[in-house]
Design a protein around this ligand. Structure first.
Ligand code: 6PG
Length: 476
């Protein structure tokens, strides 16, 4: 062991993501030294999945530091929040100028902002890197979103470009921007992920409860959808897989046995908070977040079911068309997915200017095309849209997307109205429809809101026919 060459990079945290990233790096020619809080875990990895690889273990942080080539590059794959700060406090006295820490977890971007500033001021590098793709992605090629100084990024560029998923126009990683930009972009990625997951769940619910399809038939519909440019994606693909999976105990549909309460670890909430702070409407994403929250009130919902009555789900004419790939529900899903991406991209654009991140939206769409959870064929269209016009006010204004909206809006309307008449909640479909209808309205009723504000609070208003600020004595 003593004679081994110094390792290219260090990893702290041997959870499944950490293990897989280290194996990925090693496969790509980067040796490593791994450290985990518990010695047993390190031993188990080195004698198990890490055996026979160019991977050394370390039982203390000083031992890990001593085994690394300089400048040191150390990836932390540990719990975000307090544990990251605690690790920085412990390890930083051991580092030397130029050494670099990378946080590959789902950290709050404002925390990353603070850590970058703090560590850079001490002549260390700090990269906050969003990593998407789950355990499989980490091993085979994730999408990575590194933010920090460009100099720090350049120190890991060779490594991350090799580790990342590869698509036709390059690796799914690129320099995102300064400060917490990498984690900001990953957070918004997850907000879009929440939206798409909920949209697909709503489509399933309508096909099941309103159209009366069996789970296997619904899986067939998703399989068909996955053949379309607009919907082909990892999430549609795994929806089909989930719907086809059987409970080995009795060969029944496993999905029907799962408790209808969705968990969440924070990034969806952060996306919503950021959208509220930035004043960027993200109603589809917000609806997806709320849908998880209301799902968690399971006991209340079960009690309310007996008290609050709804209609019998009906199957309105033309809604359920298995022969036509459930065309209205398909169109509702396509447009809702488009709004989820449109809102996420608008939030990125706003965050870019308010935080000074100078984000390249086209390049972000490019690195989401492979490896990550929201990878989808549609991202090529998003990449092209921002390539054509980096200042596009909203994705829906790009000609290709505008055409999708105009062609498929009747389907979305049909679905939302039918769901309302059937008493089946479709929060994302409804939010998407409201978003599109509000955005395409040259005249909204906020003239009356302004009148009320001026009436009770003298807040003043502007007029269409004259410049200036006006106040009226509304109540004589
Ligand atoms: C990814 C995922 C990943 C994680 C989600 C789950 O991109 O690989 O987003 O980071 O699985 O954060 O989030 P929730 O538990 O909040 O659904």
């Amino acid at each position: 062991m003593q004679n081994m060459a110094k390792a290219h990079f260090g990893l702290i945290g041997l959870g499944v993501m950490g293990e897989n990233l280290v194996l990925n790096a090693e496969r790509n020619g980067y040796s490593s030294v791994v450290f985990n809080r518990s010695r047993e875990k390190t031993d188990a990895f080195l004698s198990g999945r890490g055996a026979g690889r160019d991977i050394q273990g370390a039982y203390t942080l000083p031992e890990m530091i001593a085994k690394l080539e300089r400048p040191r590059r150390i990836l932390m794959m540990i719990k975000s929040g307090g544990p990251i700060d605690a690790m920085i406090a412990t390890i930083s006295p051991l580092l030397e100028a130029g050494d670099l820490l990378i946080d590959g977890g789902n950290s709050l971007y404002s925390d990353t902002e603070r850590r970058v500033a703090e560590l850079e001021s001490r002549k260390f590098g700090f990269i906050g890197m969003g990593v998407s793709g789950g355990a499989k992605g980490a091993l085979e090629g994730p999408s990575m979103m590194p933010g920090g100084t460009r100099e720090s990024y350049l120190a890991i560029e060779g490594l991350v470009q090799k580790m990342a998923a590869q698509v036709e126009d390059g690796p799914c990683v690129s320099y995102i921007g300064p400060g917490g930009s990498g984690h900001f972009v990953k957070t918004v990625h997850n907000g879009i992920e929440y939206g798409v997951e909920q949209i697909l769940a709503e489509a399933y619910d309508l096909m099941k409860r309103v159209c009366g399809l069996e789970t296997g038939q619904i899986a067939d519909v998703f399989a068909q959808w996955n053949g379309m440019e607009e919907l082909e994606s990892y999430l549609v693909e795994i929806t089909e897989i989930c719907l086809r999976s059987k409970d080995p105990a009795d060969n029944s549909d496993l999905v029907e046995k799962i408790v209808d309460v969705a968990g969440q670890k924070g990034t969806g909430l952060w996306t919503v908070i950021s959208s509220l702070e930035q004043g960027v409407p993200c109603p589809t994403i917000y609806a997806a977040f709320n849908a998880r929250v209301i799902s968690s009130l399971r006991q209340e919902r079960l009690a309310a079911e007996a008290v609050l009555h709804g209609p019998e789900p009906l199957s309105p004419a033309g809604l359920c068309a298995p022969d036509k790939a459930m065309a209205p529900i398909r169109d509702a899903a396509i447009l809702s997915v488009i709004t989820s991406y449109a809102q996420g991209m608008a939030l990125l654009a706003a965050g870019s200017s308010s935080h000074g991140y100078d984000l390249d939206l086209s390049s972000i769409a490019q690195i989401w095309k492979g490896g990550c959870i929201i990878r989808a064929r549609l991202l090529k269209r998003i990449q092209d849209a921002y390539e054509r016009d980096a200042n596009l006010p909203n994705l829906m204004m790009d000609p290709w997307f505008a055409d999708q909206i105009n062609r498929r809006l009747p389907g979305l309307r049909h679905v939302v109205s039918s769901a309302a008449l059937s008493g089946v909640p479709v929060p994302c479909f409804s939010a998407a429809l409201d978003y599109i209808d509000s955005y395409r309205s040259g005249r909204l009723p906020q003239n009356l809101v302004q009148a009320m504000r001026d009436c009770f609070g003298s807040h003043t208003y502007e007029r269409l026919d004259q410049p200036g600020s006006f106040h009226t004595a509304w109540i004589q």
